[in-house]
Write a protein that binds this ligand. Structure first.
Ligand code: BES
Ligand code: ZN
Ligand code: ZN
Length: 518
C-alpha cells in the first residue's frame, strides 16, 4: 500500500445521516411546548377549536393581537408570544386563502422551524384549523425540510449554535382529516431522509467525500436493505471496459474515479426509470484550471450523484416496490502530471471519440460513459441525468430553476409537472440541431467537448450529452432521455426557503414524485 493509501484508510468514516424532525400526529387537545397557530391573512380572531389547552393570558394576548390587526398573517410572517403564566405561542401567517399553494404552505411550515430555532424551542404543537389536508401536508413537509443543518464538523460545545436543537413536532387538526395528515407526514418524513442524505453528501468536504468514499456509502446502504443492490465499477474495471470519459477526467487525481450502480427491487422485471448523476467530488477545472475565488464551491459538483443517491434512499424509505436504477459517475477533476490535457482525444465507452478542448468541461465526459452504460446495460424505460453541468445555465435561469432538456415531449412534460408540484422548478430548454452540429464538428474526433463560442453554453452541453443516448432496441429512435442542469439550484439559492444554506437536495422530491406518483 502506498503512503497515501494509508492516510486515506486512517480517516474516520464520513459523518453523514442526520435524521429528519420527528412528527407526531396527535388526536388529543394537549399542547406540548410552543403552540403554533397557522393563520390565514385577515382572520380576525383566534380560530375556534384551537384555543383549548392554551394558557389564559396567552389566549387573551393572541385575541387582542388579532383583533387589533397587529399580526396580519401575511405569507412569510411570524410572531412569537410569551404568556405570563407560562407557555409560548408562535403565530404563522399563511397569507390569503385564495393565493394558497403547496409551495406557500411549505414555506410557512419552514418559517415555523426557522423561528423555533431562534428561540431554542425543542417541542411544538401545531394546531391546524380550517385547512385542506394537502395544504397541511405541505406545511408539515416544509417544517421537516427546513430543520436540516450541516454541523457534523462543528465542535458540539458551541452553545450559540441554536441549529443543533432536535425538534419534536406534534400536529393536530379536525378529526376527519387526521388520517390524511398522518399519511402525508409519514410520506414527507420518508422522502426527507433522501433529501437529507443528498444534502449531507453535497455538503461533505471534498477531502472526505472522494469517489470511492461515495461508493463506500452506497455499498453500506445496499447492505442495509434486502431490496437494494449496489455495484461499483472501480478504476481498473473502468479502464478495461474502455470508459475513456470517466477515466480521462479522474486519472489526474490520486483519488481514482468509479461508477456506482444502484438497483432497487431488481427482482421486478421490465424496463425501469434510470437516474444518472454527475459526481465530480471536486472540480478544479483540471489543467484548464478555474480561478481561485469561490473554487471551494466546486465540492458541490457531485450534487447530481447526491440527488441520485437521495432518490434511491427516498424510494426505499417510502416503500416503493418497482425496479428503479441509479448510476453515479464519480471522479475528482485535478491538474497533475497524470491529468488529461486540452487537445487530448479520448475514446468513450460508446466507441465515439471526443476531442477534449477544455478539461473543465468534464461533467459531460463522465456522463457520456454513464449514459451509454445505462442505455446499453440497464434496461431503461427512460433515463434522466442530473448534473451541475454549466455556469451558463445559471446565467440563463439564475437560481430559480434547473434547466430541462429532453428528446421526448412526454417525459419533459412529466418532469416539468413533477417539479411544479414539488416547488422545484425545471424549465424547458431547447435541443436545436444547430447545437448538435456545433458539438460534432471536431476536426480530429467524432465529438468535441467545447462549443465553438461561449453562447448557449448550457444548450451545447446538453447537445453533447444527447450524442451518448443509445437507440431503443430494433429502432432508430433514441431511448427517452432528459437532462437536468442543476448548477443554479444545487446550492446558493437564496430564494429557497426550505433550506438554510448549503446543498439543497434539489429534485430528490421531484423524482420521487415522478416515479411513484406520490
Ligand atoms: N462544474 C462546472 C459548472 C459550474 C460552474 C457549476 C459554476 C456551478 C457553478 C463545470 O464542470 C464547468 O466548469 N463547466 C464549464 C464548461 C465550459 C468550460 C464549456 C463552465 O460552465 O464554464
Ligand atoms: Zn468543470
Ligand atoms: Zn464540473
Amino acid at each position: 500500500m502506498s503512503r497515501f493509501g494509508r492516510i486515506f484508510k486512517s480517516q474516520a468514516p464520513l459523518p453523514l445521516l442526520g435524521e429528519p424532525m420527528k412528527v407526531i400526529v396527535d388526536t388529543h387537545e394537549n399542547i406540548n411546548g410552543t403552540l403554533v397557530l397557522p393563520l390565514w391573512q385577515d382572520s380576525k380572531s383566534m380560530v375556534s377549536g384551537s384555543e383549548s389547552g392554551v394558557h389564559r393570558s396567552l389566549k387573551n394576548q393572541i385575541e387582542i393581537i388579532l383583533e387589533d390587526g397587529d399580526f396580519k398573517a401575511k405569507a412569510g410572517t411570524a410572531m412569537t408570544l410569551a404568556g405570563t403564566e407560562g407557555g409560548k405561542a408562535l403565530l404563522i401567517g399563511l397569507g390569503k386563502q385564495d393565493d394558497a399553494s403547496l409551495q406557500s404552505m411549505r414555506e410557512s411550515g419552514a418559517k415555523v422551524t426557522a423561528s423555533l430555532k431562534k428561540i431554542h424551542g425543542k417541542t411544538v404543537t401545531v394546531k391546524f384549523h380550517g385547512m385542506e389536508s394537502e395544504h397541511m401536508g405541505a406545511f408539515v413537509e416544509g417544517m421537516i425540510l427546513r430543520d436540516y443543518s450541516y454541523d457534523h464538523y462543528k465542535s458540539k460545545d458551541d452553545e450559540d449554535d441554536s441549529d443543533d436543537v432536535e425538534i419534536t413536532a406534534h400536529v393536530t387538526c379536525e378529526d376527519s382529516k387526521t388520517e390524511d395528515l398522518q399519511k402525508s407526514a409519514e410520506l414527507s418524513s420518508a422522502v426527507a431522509t433522501g433529501v437529507y442524505l443528498a444534502r449531507d453528501l453535497g455538503n461533505a468536504p471534498p477531502n472526505d467525500l472522494y469517489p470511492m468514499a461515495f461508493a463506500e456509502q452506497a455499498i453500506a446502504f445496499g447492505a442495509e436493505h434486502d431490496n437494494v443492490d449496489v455495484k461499483v465499477i472501480n478504476y481498473d474495471e473502468a479502464r478495461s471496459l474502455g470508459m475513456g470519459g470517466l477515466v480521462g477526467v479522474g486519472m489526474g487525481s490520486y483519488r481514482k474515479p468509479c461508477m456506482v450502480i444502484f438497483e432497487i427491487n431488481g427482482d421486478k422485471p421490465g424496463p425501469s426509470p434510470c437516474i444518472v448523476g454527475k459526481g465530480i467530488t471536486f472540480d478544479t477545472g483540471g489543467i484548464s484550471i478555474k480561478p481561485s475565488p469561490s473554487m471551494d464551491e466546486m465540492k458541490y459538483d457531485m450534487h447530481g450523484s447526491a440527488t441520485t443517491f437521495g432518490v434511491m434512499k427516498a424510494l426505499v424509505a417510502s416503500g416503493h416496490e418497482d425496479r428503479v436504477i441509479g448510476v453515479t459517475c464519480m471522479a475528482e477533476n485535478m491538474p497533475s502530471s497524470n491529468a488529461q490535457r486540452p487537445g487530448d482525444v479520448i475514446t468513450t465507452y460508446s466507441g465515439k471519440t471526443v476531442e477534449v478542448l477544455n478539461t473543465d468541461a468534464e461533467g459531460r465526459l463522465v456522463l457520456s460513459d454513464g449514459l451509454w452504460y445505462t442505455g446499453t446495460h440497464l434496461n431503461p424505460s427512460y433515463i434522466i441525468d442530473l448534473a451541475t453541468l454549466t455556469g451558463a445555465v445559471v446565467v440563463a435561469l439564475g437560481h430559480e430553476a434547473s434547466g430541462l432538456w429532453s428528446n421526448d415531449g412526454e417525459l419533459l412534460n412529466n418532469i416539468k409537472e413533477a417539479g411544479e408540484h414539488c416547488g422545484e422548478i425545471a424549465w424547458p430548454m431547447p435541443l436545436f440541431k444547430a447545437f448538435e452540429k456545433e458539438m460534432t464538428d471536431s476536426k480530429i474526433a467524432d465529438v468535441r467537448n467545447l462549443g465553438a463560442g461561449r453562447w448557449g453554453g448550457s444548450n451545447t452541453a446538453a447537445a453533447f450529452l444527447k450524442q451518448f443516448i443509445p437507440n431503443m432496441a430494433d429502432s432508430d429512435e433514441q431511448i427517452p432521455w432528459a437532462h437536468l442542469d442543476i448548477a443554479g439550484t444545487a446550492w446558493g439559492a437564496k430564494s429557497n426557503k426550505l433550506v438554510k444554506n448549503g446543498a439543497t437536495g434539489i429534485h430528490v422530491r421531484t423524482l420521487h414524485h415522478l416515479i411513484t406518483g406520490q
